[in-house]
Design a protein around this ligand. Structure first.
Ligand SMILES: Nc1ncnc2c1ncn2[C@@H]1O[C@H](COP(=O)(O)OP(=O)(O)OP(=O)(O)O)[C@@H](O)[C@H]1O
Ligand SMILES: [Mg+2]
Length: 250
């Protein structure tokens, strides 16, 4: 099923999450359009990771709705495996199996979750590695790859499951500065192919140039959202300008 251009692919309504007595998400409303590259920024502890994790139920929301491909994924009957294939996630830590080469790291879920025959899974894995520019490194183990290459394997692993949207939680934060660009280049390439993405990141320069929309969160709420020209422009609320300046001068 593919959404028509501009229609919301993912729609979050009145989402709340509490841990004990701490309210971490205090009512989030957010729609993500098909083919959109959305950026989420905000100070540490503002709830960015929790928001992404709620979107494929790595965290159970306390209240609200998340609509995706025509269904509220918080409904009890949701098939979690099927949903997580369609809502891919990439983390700061790559979580690759060290004893498996890149191709097998990508093929693993295809064999075990999708029950694809090994040959077909390997062919799909090779194709996914090609999309992230690593076709020639398919036989390398994680230890033989740079951090940027390992993260691209993790992205290929998500892509191989043919997601409708990929959520990235600080995908470049664990990388040495000179390796960040290779991962951002993959995001740019994915955007040009029409992949829908939500990215939590402090890469403000990339957000300025590549994001369709930037969402600023603080204390579990969306304070402001808009095109990069607004969020990074002189008319943005003072709080956002202060935050952006603090990140850029870190
Ligand atoms: N499992 C948990 N149990 C209790 N509190 C949690 C849990 N996970 C997150 N929190 C709290 O929720 C708040 C939001 O955390 P979250 O990780 O979503 O923030 P963040 O915006 O991603 O921050 P950062 O930029 O540091 O990654 C924090 O105060 C955090 O301590
Ligand atoms: Mg986080």
């Amino acid at each position: 099923m593919s959404a028509s251009p501009g229609a919301p692919l993912l729609e979050i309504r009145a989402l709340r999450k509490t841990f004990g007595t701490t309210e971490v998400l205090a009512g989030i409303d957010l729609s993500v359009a098909a083919r959109e590259l959305g950026f989420i920024i905000g100070p540490s502890g503002s709830g960015k990771s929790t928001l992404l994790r709620c979107c494929n139920r790595l965290e159970e929301p306390s209240a609200g709705e998340i609509w995706f491909e025509g269904a509220n994924i918080l409904a009890p009957a949701t098939d979690l495996n099927a949903m997580r294939r369609r809502i891919g996630m990439v983390f700061q830590s790559f979580n690759l199996y060290p004893h498996l080469n890149a191709r097998d790291n990508v093929a693993l879920a295809l064999v075990h979750v999708l029950r694809q025959p090994r040959q077909e899974a390997e062919a799909r894995a090779t194709e996914a590695l090609r999309k992230v520019g690593l076709a020639d490194r398919a036989d390398a183990r994680p230890g033989e790859l740079s951090g940027g290459q390992q993260q691209r394997v993790a992205i290929a692993r998500a892509l191989a499951l043919e997601p409708a949207i990929v959520l990235f939680d600080e995908p470049t934060s664990a990388l040495d500065p000179e390796l960040v660009g290779s991962v951002l280049a993959v995001l740019r390439e994915l955007r040009s192919t029409g992949m829908t993405m939500m990215v939590v990141s402090h890469e403000m320069g990339f957000a300025r140039g590549a994001a369709d929309r930037v969402v600023f969160m603080e204390s579990g709420r969306i304070i402001e959202q808009g095109p990069p020209a607004h969020i990074f422009g002189p008319d943005a609320p003072a709080r956002i300008r202060e935050f952006v300046a603090s990140v850029e001068h870190r």
